[in-house]
Design a protein around this ligand. Structure first.
Ligand code: SAH
Length: 364
């Protein structure tokens, strides 16, 4: 695929891993330890400007100031849920685009859901992210900065990262892998790879490639239907890959990494939430003994889909559980702040900054 990341005039040094940064810094005529100080300043101290990395020599700082980019990021909006356990951020990027990220506080730690692209080209019917199509891929630095900006703003450590925001991570494979390597590195935030989840709509070659890399991360696959025919009605990608191929790739993922794949299933009233849908799904997954995450669909205003009634959601879960499939219902988080994928970015596009910032601003 063509490289559609932002055109940079300044060098994107924050997307460089430690080795690449050492090569860059030695090319400028400075010793390797200067690169390590710079890396530490960006990825541990989370500094937003080279001037703040005060252990670097002045001449190096002023060169980098003019020639290198370390964070062209601005918080456009930050909304907090009533319960104060969810914060949704809208970040402005250097080229005028915007991305969303979500922070969630759980008993076991803080989790951040990041976007991997501006927009998305997968076009799932019930999802707001794909409505305007794909704009561009995010760079590793931009994905890192989603986590860093939230860490700075909340003042709390992030222990889990889910790549489940806007975008299809396997449509931006190399940058997503680099992001995972850097965010989990001992030189950086050191987030355990076991606590990183990559969610895909089911791009089979991506699943296999990730399996072969054996990074130790969790893979989640958005299934949403038990048959190819039903899946094609709501997910265009189902025309490309069959459920059987996806499940075979997931079995391969387990074989190569020892980590069980989990499945996401968004429940849409009258579309995929009947008793027989649940029975057929249980039949399909019984061999894989996978975990299913049930997500009552978040209604998107541009679409007609409705959320399943709670009694159907519970019944769906019970049917799966009875057949030995572990199923959880995703905690309803932040629906009062438009937490469904892509909704904040879309509403921002239609409103002014001031309107967006009316209510529930973080820190209030
Ligand atoms: N492209 C990736 C990751 C982004 S979406 C993927 O498809 O997995 C993260 C999850 O939220 C996916 O399971 C997606 O299908 C689901 N989702 C998107 N819009 C939704 C909505 N309006 N309500 C409920 N789930 C939704």
């Amino acid at each position: 695929m063509a490289d559609i990341t932002a055109e940079e005039t300044k060098t994107d040094i924050k997307s460089m891993n430690r080795q690449e940064l050492r090569a860059y810094v030695s090319g400028l005529g400075y010793p390797a330890y200067r690169a390590d100080q710079l890396y530490h300043g960006m990825h541990v101290k989370l500094k937003q400007s080279v001037q703040e990395i005060s252990n670097l020599p002045k001449d190096m700082r002023s060169f980098l100031e003019g020639n290198a980019e370390i964070a062209d990021f601005e918080t456009l909006a930050c909304l907090e849920s009533e319960k104060k356990d969810t914060k949704k951020y809208l970040f402005g990027l250097g080229d005028g685009n915007a991305v969303e990220s979500v922070w969630m506080r759980y008993r076991h730690g803080n989790s951040v859901c990041i976007s991997s692209q501006v927009g998305c080209r997968m076009g799932c019917d019930f999802c707001a992210s794909g409505i305007g199509g794909l704009v561009r891929n995010l760079t590793p630095a931009e994905m890192l900065e989603e986590v860093y900006a939230i860490t700075r703003e909340t003042g709390e450590r992030v222990s889990n990262v889910v790549i489940m925001g806007t975008g299809e991570p396997f449509d931006n494979f190399d940058s997503v892998v680099k992001f995972i390597e850097m965010v989990s590195s001992a030189d950086g935030l050191n987030i355990s790879r076991r606590n990183i989840t990559v969610s895909t709509c089911g791009i089979v070659p991506g699943i296999i490639k990730l399996a072969e890399l054996d990074l130790g991360v969790t893979l989640a696959v958005s299934l949403h239907a038990y048959s190819d025919e039903k899946r094609r009605e709501i997910m265009p990608i189902a025309n490309r890959y069959k459920i059987k191929e996806i499940l075979d790739a997931c079995a391969r993922y387990f074989e190569l990494t020892g980590r069980r794949v989990s499945f996401e299933y968004s429940l849409i009233k009258g579309v995929n939430d009947s008793e027989s849908d649940a029975q057929s799904l249980a039949e399909l997954l019984k061999k894989s003994r996978s975990h299913v995450n049930l997500i009552p669909v978040n209604p998107v205003k541009e679409r007609n889909f409705r959320r399943s009634d709670i009694k159907n959601v519970l019944q769906f879960q019970q049917i799966l559980e009875k057949k030995g499939i572990n199923a959880t219902i995703r905690r309803e988080m932040g629906s009062d702040i438009d937490a469904a994928c892509g909704q904040l970015r879309r509403s921002y596009g239609q409103n002014t900054k001031g309107e967006m910032a009316d209510e529930g601003i973080c820190g209030n």
